[in-house]
Design a protein around this ligand. Sequence first.
Ligand SMILES: *Cc1c(COP(=O)(O)O)cnc(C)c1O
Length: 386
Amino acid sequence: MIPYGRQEITESDIEAVKAILRSDFLTQGPAVPRFEEAVADYAGASHAVAANSATSALHLACRALGLGPGDWLWTSPITFVASANCALYCGARVDFVDIDPRTCNLSPLALEQKLEAAKKAGRLPKIVVPVHLCGQSCDMAAIHALSQRFGFRIIEDAAHAIGGRYRGEPVGNCRYSDIAVFSFHPVKIITTGEGGMALTNDAALAGKMALLRSHGITRDPVQMTHAPDGPWYYQQIDLGFNYRMTDIQAALGLSQMTRLEAYVTRRRELAARYDQLLRDLPLTLPWQDPDTHSAFHLYIVRLRLDEIRVSHKQAFESLRAQGIGVNLHYIPVYRHPYYQQLGVMEGELPVVEQYYREAISLPVYPLLSKDAQDKVINVLRNIVKT
Ligand SMILES: *Cc1c(COP(=O)(O)O)cnc(C)c1O
């Protein structure tokens, strides 16, 4: 089976991990701040807080921004559940905004309409989480302008997008947001096994996230609410978690960072080749906003169902039966039983629903060979042409 995505681990990655295993620190030690600095430098943000997953980093981000009971967080339903679950962890409520039919990212137009209605109803969101689907940035300038008008904070779910660019600048620089979160799960652009990172230009938010990452415990006398009893003393000043990244993971991440640019280049080459070789088929290919430079974590095609004989389900089954590990990113979050039972949505979002009827993620990852990609193209061609 050709998977839709997978990691590359080199000998130098293995050596970097071995060196940590022989060192004094296994959990968060000197490699974690080195990795944080490397990612912050690359993305052009002032602060970075590594965590054991992007899910944890999203939770830290919501807590640092003060999300709690009575608050709302809005996001796109075309995302991994973690973009919404982070609000529920904080006791807040979630609502969903429709997507743009071309980029399939959260639509600034739908957002504006929903904000106007919410303002009248007195239930504006505290946080909006734009998700950079496939690694293509959302229209951040538009979303940021709305945040100024309606007074909400922005967490970019950039799990797909390290190495991507928006208006010529790296995703993660937080020019248009409070916090941006990367994921280092093995299918993502670079990996630490499990891992994530929150970036921000706000020192206070970074400090809060670092505190909550480690139980809410501080050893800094300045942060303590009363004087230390002695040199052994530390103080818990908030209810945090154990969301630390290990030095083993950070060393792997640092080693992977050296190939980030090459990975994105390779993904973009594969995407360009799909664009070229699939363009005569009854498919809608991924539209690229000229303001963006996608990292192509995913390459998603949409079936033009009125021009083909097979159903979405049949196309999927047939691709899988012929060894192509296609996937669907994503089942709209509000369709999951847990969210249905919460009664989050009164109706369906039309563009989201149409997307869900048509989308297929094709394999794209740096080690995908030309022959394997040709196989994907040929199998897909035979399915949609018959
Ligand atoms: C993978 C992913 C996450 C969660 O990342 P983890 O590191 O696995 O916790 C969150 N949001 C999106 C959009 C993702 O694709």
